[in-house]
Design a protein around this ligand. Structure first.
Ligand code: ADP
Length: 190
């Protein structure tokens, strides 16, 4: 059986969003990206958006309490009942623990965590290029370096967290989008 309750882990610029979109098409399950949801909140000028913006512009993590609320609301919607692709959440151990509790409460559980393993200098270059094209306000060299170091300090320990639970699959995240998608599909099978 193929896992459909999936967490994609990896540093900024690793290609999580691109691969999540592939999985959405293939399995018909929603992508849940806290980064996208927070950017929408910022664009709409909601209270959450206003609170999140200062952190996002620096490349710092938005406080756990805020992000956990956003993720919980989204995961509780009906379309996430049969599966989901978490992209960019959880990013801290506290968020991972909150996710465990939430999924338990709604009678669900994570089936696989796929970590994209990439050459970090290459992804920094990729992010700098994306910055020119998309003009995201948190895509400049300083915040990109900060997001990378935040990933190391706060998010990378989750590889251990999910390894201990027997859910971890580390996948080579370098190469063509198609090749990486094939590796992920393999990692999601039994
Ligand atoms: P990237 O992976 O390129 O950093 P995202 O779109 O996933 O991009 O996230 C953009 C920003 O949104 C992060 O730098 C952070 O400020 C905020 N953010 C997104 N998800 C989380 C999260 N789970 N916890 C805390 N902050 C988050």
């Amino acid at each position: 059986m193929t896992a459909t309750r999936i967490l994609l882990l990896g540093p900024p610029g690793a290609g999580k969003g691109t691969q999540a979109e592939r999985l959405v098409e293939e399995f018909g399950i929603p992508q849940i990206s806290t980064g996208d949801m927070l950017r929408t909140a910022v664009a709409e000028g909601t209270d959450i958006g206003r609170e999140a913006k200062t952190y996002m512009d620096r490349g710092d993590l938005v406080p756990d309490s805020v992000v956990i609320g956003v993720a919980e609301e989204r995961l509780s919607k009906a379309d996430a009942a049969e599966g989901f692709i978490l992209d960019g959440f959880p990013r801290t151990t506290a968020q991972a623990q909150a996710l465990d509790i939430l999924l338990d409460r709604i009678g669900s559980k994570l089936e696989r965590c796929v970590a994209l393993v990439v050459d970090e200098e290459a992804v920094v270059k990729r992010l700098l290029k994306r910055a020119e094209i998309e003009g995201r306000s948190d895509d400049n060299e300083e915040t990109i370096r900060n997001r990378m170091s935040v990933y190391h300090d706060s998010t990378k320990p989750l590889i251990e967290y999910y390894s201990e639970r027997g859910l971890m699959a580390e996948v080579d995240g370098m190469g063509s989008v198609d090749d990486i998608a094939d590796r992920i599909r393999e990692a999601l099978g039994d």
